[in-house]
Each structure stands twice: as structure tokens, then as C-alpha cells.
Design a protein. Structure first.
Length: 101
């Protein structure tokens, strides 16, 4: 595999993209809509309230299965979450993609 040598622009880490705040807000919204406190959600997940706080602030990043667990603990599912994210981000440009040669 050839070295990049910085000649190509690298994608910004998702942690630093503005869309990440929308992602985090949607996590909070799903929890609040379920009528759960951070502590109650933590109990449902087998985690602490601090874990939920950290996830909602973006300090802890959720993988796909953890996101599914979060949604299910809030009586929602990934389709609900994905629909909300897509609706919230509608019209915003995504990452630049390389064109196939």
C-alpha cells in the first residue's frame, strides 16, 4: 500500500464534524421522549448515569450495537433514530467522496 504523503485531503473525524452535535441531541431527545432520566436509562443499559451523561456529551462514543441498545432501552429502534438523524441533517452536505476513475 502506497503512502499518502499528505497529497490527498483526509476526511475530518466525525467527532469534530458539526453533525455530531445533531447526533448527540438525537440521543438525548430519544431518552427524554421515553420519559427517562439519565440514571434510569443507565439502569436499563446496565451502566451508570455518568456513562449516559458522557455518551450524550460525546465523551463516550457508541458503536452500532450500543446505539441499538440505547434505542431499545428507550422503547425506540434504530429506524426511528436513523429517520430522526436524516431529517435533522437534511440539506447538509456529507463528506466529500472520491470519484472512481
Amino acid at each position: 500500500m502506497a503512502a499518502d504523503n499528505g497529497s490527498e485531503e483526509r476526511a475530518q473525524k466525525s467527532l469534530y464534524r458539526p453533525e455530531n452535535q445533531t447526533f448527540l441531541a438525537t440521543l438525548r431527545a430519544i431518552r427524554k421522549r421515553a420519559g427517562l432520566t439519565q440514571g434510569e436509562l443507565g439502569d436499563r443499559l446496565g451502566r451508570t448515569q455518568n456513562y449516559v451523561t458522557a455518551a450524550e456529551r460525546g465523551v463516550v462514543r457508541l458503536d452500532g450495537l450500543q446505539l441499538r441498545d440505547w434505542c431499545q432501552a428507550c422503547d425506540a429502534d434504530l429506524i426511528v433514530w436513523a429517520s430522526e438523524i436524516e431529517q435533522a441533517l437534511a440539506g447538509r452536505p456529507g463528506p466529500k467522496r472520491k470519484r472512481a476513475k
